[in-house]
Design a protein around this ligand. Structure first.
Ligand SMILES: [Mn+2]
Length: 387
């Protein structure tokens, strides 16, 4: 039965050359190890058209002659800084570039089972799909590749990727798609709409901050028997004849992608971050670490020194280290104030057991730290009023 590895949004770029190409290599290794018949890449393989031009010979060299077919659907990022260039006129080696607008239909039979691939490259709008001359499905399976936001599957928040028109999920139902291999949304998610399994693998690497969690690709098998029909209804009625959406694909993580990790640190009055060394034990060389410092300190210069120490100690051990200290405020002499000392004694006495034993305190720990921050800020305000 045909096996598919599905990835998107790697954003290979000159600026992150070694890191992003290492993730690309690992993706290809995974496809070989899993004995995939097809590797579908659903857009934003490159960060910009200029990056695609610069990195294409490395791309060809790393791809080589793989035992699977590499299907490459361009995304919206391949259009950035394009000038007069045409992706489809460059040499992509063993990769098949699916650039035909508004769609392209390919038939393949790797793994002994015919599969149709309906490629829908990124476009300004998809509203005309009702008139697309897509032939009826003939193979056992039809798999779509698309790059954009499928209506109903996006979190529209401050970090929404934007930049692409919404795709109506009816497009996939109308064209009898069993699996819609999607790209553009950098968070992993899947859904079943009618007989179509819709899936975003999430970005293949950490492209920017807030892309939390492991990065990787989705693996799925297409059973030789073709899509299952809906089961008989609970009251014993006949099967409806509609298709049943294929099972959820399996997530294959890529270690070389590292992770984005964000920490909210409450500094001591001396401007120290006592928990950090134990947290840092889990950091890897590809990780993107963001430290958000907050709290009240005696002397702001101690925080500058802390930031320097952290950069010296960890800067070369991780791919990216960002230290944000906008949340720190300073009040000289605060620790000698009797009321503050009294508070800190009482606060220390209420340390949760999970903190004392260095086990993962989670919520309990966070509440305790937050209580200190709130109290010190109130005390600071009160002391300033007195002064
Ligand atoms: Mn992207």
């Amino acid at each position: 039965m045909p096996r598919i590895l599905h990835a998107a949004d790697l954003h290979l770029s000159e600026a992150d050359r070694d890191y992003s190409l290492a993730v690309f290599s690992e993706l290809l290794d995974s496809a070989r190890r899993e004995k995939a018949d097809y590797l579908l890449f659903c857009g934003d393989l490159f960060n910009t058209f200029a990056d695609a031009e610069k990195l294409r010979s490395e791309f060809r060299r790393i791809l080589g002659s793989p035992p699977f077919e590499f299907l490459y659907l361009p995304g919206n990022h391949e259009d950035l800084q394009r000038g007069g260039g045409e992706l489809s006129r460059l040499d992509w080696g063993a990769a098949t570039v699916l650039h035909g607008l508004p769609f392209e239909l390919l038939r393949r039979d790797r793994g002994g089972v015919p599969v149709e691939f309906l490629a829908v490259p990124h476009q300004e709008k998809y509203s005309g799909y009702g008139n697309w001359p897509v032939p009826p499905k003939e193979a056992a399976w039809r798999v779509a590749l698309a790059h954009g936001v499928v209506a109903g599957m996006s979190y529209r928040g401050p970090d929404d990727e934007g930049g692409a028109a919404a795709i109506d999920p009816d497009l996939f139902a109308r064209f009898q798609v069993d699996y819609a291999a999607l790209g553009h949304i950098h968070g992993r998610r899947t859904d079943a709409v009618g007989g179509t399994r819709l899936a975003y693998p999430g970005s293949t690497r950490v492209w920017r901050r807030n892309e939390s969690g492991a990065r990787g690709a989705l693996l799925l098998d297409l059973p030789a028997s073709g899509p299952a029909s809906m089961r008989a209804t609970a009251n014993g009625g006949p099967a409806s004849g509609n298709r049943e959406a294929i099972a959820e694909p399996v997530f294959i993580p890529l270690a070389s992608a590292g992770e984005y990790r964000h920490y909210a640190l409450t500094l001591t009055l001396e401007g120290d971050a006592p928990d950090l060394d134990s947290l840092a034990k889990s950091w890897g060389p590809s990780d993107y670490i963001e430290l958000e410092c907050a709290g009240l300190v005696e002397d702001e210069r101690s925080v500058v020194q802390l930031a320097d120490r952290l950069r010296t100690r960890y800067g070369s051990k991780v791919r990216c280290l960002e230290i944000d200290r906008d949340g720190v405020s300073a009040l000289p002499g605060i620790s000698s104030q009797p009321i503050v000392r009294k508070f800190l004694e009482a606060w220390n006495a209420r340390m949760p057991a999970s903190v004392a034993t260095l086990s993962d305190g989670g919520e309990e720990h966070a509440v305790w730290i937050r209580a200190r921050e709130m109290a010190l800020n109130s005390l600071k305000a009160a002391l300033e009023r007195v002064a």
